[in-house]
Write a protein that binds this ligand. Structure first.
Ligand code: ZN
Length: 486
């Protein structure tokens, strides 16, 4: 028996996903409950005492939301109660201004029923209605739960991973390009546009495609940099697109107008094998080499758009926190885990890049982002194919400490260690049966966590980067020349 959230208060209306088709609201509830039940069922200890779904072993064992939430019962903003169960919203802001939480209106919005007098954009209004109908009391929406004109905003940017991972469900509005669009199926009906194509003079009208890729992956929502981490970090999502409703979780995905449950073991494979669960859109860490996960996600992230170029590190903050952990507790500086600095520098441009000059730079000709990191540029990037074949991955770089007269720093803190490094005894070398690559696991660590090479746990070591100027200090063994990169 599993303790399922009390649905007794659900109103159970019907939503109209497409012309001529109807979806019963209970189906969304059933998928949500089935997913939560599946997670609990798999959390029983399995082989070797490891937990089957334990892919986040070092990450906030008891995740707590330190944020405000919308209390839909009392129609006000409030600090999230202890162990608060809540839904998070992911949507596109757009260019238009709308009501937000700030230092002037916060006291008023903490009063019961104060939200009834606030004019909010259609997407937010519909999201509140949807959550009430789901039987959920608390909803997190960035514009109304983060005080937008204080340091609260910067603190939240660093904890987005906790917000989306802590939510029981993320409600995604992948329709439209602004917050006034509303959720399809509420005030306006789903209306997928037919595709028109011309072949040899014949004008053909194709029926609307309800596929996940066409509906969700090609949406404006999915082109934004901020929404990438919201998608990656969410446990489960109900996604509204113009074409229909979709449910996605780590167990699979389903379209709202079908009666297939992604948690049903007997479901046709085709449903679960859709490209929706492609690696670009999942933060699958288990049995993946840490550096491979990093390069794939950075490449996808850099293909997305940011309204404010300065946000390049902020919109990566939640994912970055997880990368810090899978890179041995490393700090991420300018988007790069310091413990993998030597190989992270091997990025390259996949198209002509433009220098990232943010509004916070002291003058228009300079950038506050160094050129040696991908965060310093706008455009698509890739990484050299770095595989540890035959354990031949070595670094030809020596790092220098700018705070200590450019004295030498230990290699093993910033890249593949020397062959005679004593710390190797704390690691097992393994070989992937998939491609024959070598990878490492910690002797006393989670065997599902694969490292490209053995590394020291990262503490607050001296680093080869001057934090004030962004200058990186290193010496190359090949030329035996000291060099620095800005
Ligand atoms: Zn699930």
């Amino acid at each position: 028996m599993f303790a399922i959230h009390d649905r007794s208060q659900c109103l159970g209306p019907e939503i109209h996903p497409k012309r001529g088709a109807r979806i019963a609201f209970w189906k969304l509830l059933r998928w949500l409950d089935a997913c939560e039940a599946t997670k609990k069922a798999k959390s029983q200890p399995s082989f070797g005492g490891m937990v089957a779904e334990d892919v986040w072993p070092d990450l906030h064992e008891n995740l707590q939301l330190h944020s405000r939430v919308i209390d839909l019962g009392r129609r006000r903003i409030t600090l999230a109660p202890l162990k608060c169960r809540y839904v998070a919203l992911s949507y596109v802001w757009g260019q238009e201004n709308f009501a937000q939480l700030n230092s002037k209106n916060i006291a008023g919005l903490e009063i019961d029923r104060s939200l009834d007098g606030l004019k909010v954009p259609a997407t937010i209004r519909d999201a509140m209605t949807f959550c009430e109908k789901l039987g959920e009391r608390y909803l997190w929406i960035d514009s109304l739960c983060i005080v937008q004109d204080t340091t609260d905003k910067h603190e939240h940017m660093r904890s987005m991973e906790a917000i989306y991972r802590g939510a029981v469900l993320t409600l995604v509005v992948a329709a439209g390009s602004h917050a006034n669009h509303g959720i399809p199926g509420f005030k306006y009906k789903f209306d997928p546009a037919p595709a028109v194509t011309e072949i040899q003079g014949l004008r053909l009208v194709m029926p609307p495609s309800p596929s996940f890729n066409a509906a969700v992956n090609s949406s404006v929502w999915n082109s934004r940099a901020w929404t990438y981490q919201e998608r990656l970090l969410s446990n489960r999502m109900i996604i509204f697109s113009n074409d229909g409703i979709y449910f996605q979780c780590k167990h699979g995905n389903a379209q709202g107008n079908m009666y297939l449950d992604p948690h049903d073991q007997l479901r046709p494979r085709a449903i679960n094998d859709s490209k929706v669960s492609a690696d670009d859109y999942s933060l699958q860490l288990e049995e993946r080499v840490n550096f491979s996960v990093y390069t794939r996600i950075v490449s996808e992230y850099m293909s997305r758009r940011l309204t404010f170029p300065d946000d390049i590190e902020n919109a990566f903050g939640g994912i970055g926190k997880i990368f810090g952990i899978i890179f041995g507790g490393s700090e991420l500086l300018y988007g790069m885990p310091l413990s993998a600095l030597a190989i992270c520098l091997l990025w390259y441009s996949e198209e002509p890049l433009e220098r990232r000059r943010g509004s916070k730079a002291p003058d228009s000709n300079s950038s506050r982002f160094p050129s040696w990191s991908w965060v310093g540029w706008i455009g698509r990037v890739g990484f050299r194919h770095t595989r540890n074949i035959g354990d031949r991955l070595i670094s030809k770089v020596s790092w220098l400490d700018p705070l200590n007269k450019l004295g030498p720093l230990s290699n093993e803190h910033f890249g593949p260690p020397e062959r005679n490094w004593k710390g190797r005894s704390r690691w097992f070398r393994q070989m992937s049966i998939e491609n024959g690559d070598h990878y490492y696991i910690r002797r006393h660590g989670n065997p599902a966590h694969w490292f490209l090479y053995p590394m020291e746990p990262f503490f607050h070591n001296p680093i080869p980067i001057d934090r004030e100027t962004g200058i990186l200090h290193l010496r190359t063994d090949l030329q035996n020349l000291e060099s620095s990169a800005i």
